[in-house]
Design a protein around this ligand. Structure first.
Ligand code: SAM
Length: 221
């Protein structure tokens, strides 16, 4: 089956998307409940990469009613739904790729990404993580919740299949097509450290849903 272009994939599944995440992705609901407990009470500006319809923001807004959220997503229809759901909230929504959107230096207290990073190469993710790290204030943190695999063999299998599909479709690696290429927790931690985060810890795991916190500076600084 040919792969679908990334934003088309999500556009075509908008109806029923949230129900699918809540009912079928084991650990997703629980990770959303945990998220606000990990965010510092002093957090004023939050960056949400691949925010989609903002399902992960529901509990954040309950705990931080005045938080300012910048959300970036490739799919306009997902952003439209987010805007509709959170009327009256402080939202800046940007339709574009988080690989391309410029992020001002030291401008966010916290950055999050939920279920969006499992589509890219290590190289692309390290570049993006550097950009995220640079956009965080000195005491800022990045929280990633994503689909991860247990072994290197599984990770290698998914990347191999992805590159095979892309080759068969004669699509360049610069274009975004939807195919899951989850990484191991160990590789995720390595990538985040290589990008400049000082401390990276797993804080939640249920089935294949894993949450990591990456801190920009050592906590005692
Ligand atoms: C599985 S959804 C997750 C949405 C939301 N974070 C959630 O937890 O419900 C993945 C989202 O990532 C977005 N996405 C994928 N690649 C992207 C990119 N390069 N830049 C911005 N958004 C991207 C898709 O458009 C989609 O809305």
């Amino acid at each position: 089956m040919p792969l679908e272009e990334m934003s088309k994939f999500f556009e075509n599944r908008l109806e029923g998307y949230e129900e699918h995440m809540i009912s079928n992705v084991i650990g997703y609901k629980e990770a959303c409940v945990k998220l606000p407990t990990l965010i510092s009470s002093r957090c004023e500006r939050l960056l949400d990469l691949g925010c989609g319809t903002g399902l992960e923001l529901e509990n954040v807004f309950k705990a931080f009613s005045h938080i300012q959220v910048t959300g970036i997503d490739l799919t306009q229809s997902m952003l439209d739904k987010l805007q509709d759901k959170y009327k009256g909230k402080s939202l800046q929504l940007i339709c574009g790729s988080y690989f391309d959107v410029e992020l001002a230096t030291e401008s966010f207290d916290c950055a999050i990404s939920f279920q969006t990073m499992h589509h890219f190469s290590h190289e692309a993710k390290i570049g993006l993580y550097k950009k995220i790290c640079n956009s965080l204030k000195p005491k800022g943190m990045y929280i990633e919740c994503d689909y991860m695999v247990e072994t290197q063999e599984e990770e290698d299998y998914f990347y191999r299949e992805y590159y095979r599909f892309m080759k068969d479709m004669a699509v360049s690696n610069e274009e975004f097509y939807h195919y899951d290429t989850p990484c191991t927790l160990g590789n995720q931690i390595k990538m985040l450290k290589e990008a400049g985060f000082i401390k990276v810890d797993k804080v939640f795991k249920m089935d294949h849903t894993v949450m990591i916190i990456a801190v920009k500076l050592a906590p005692f600084l």
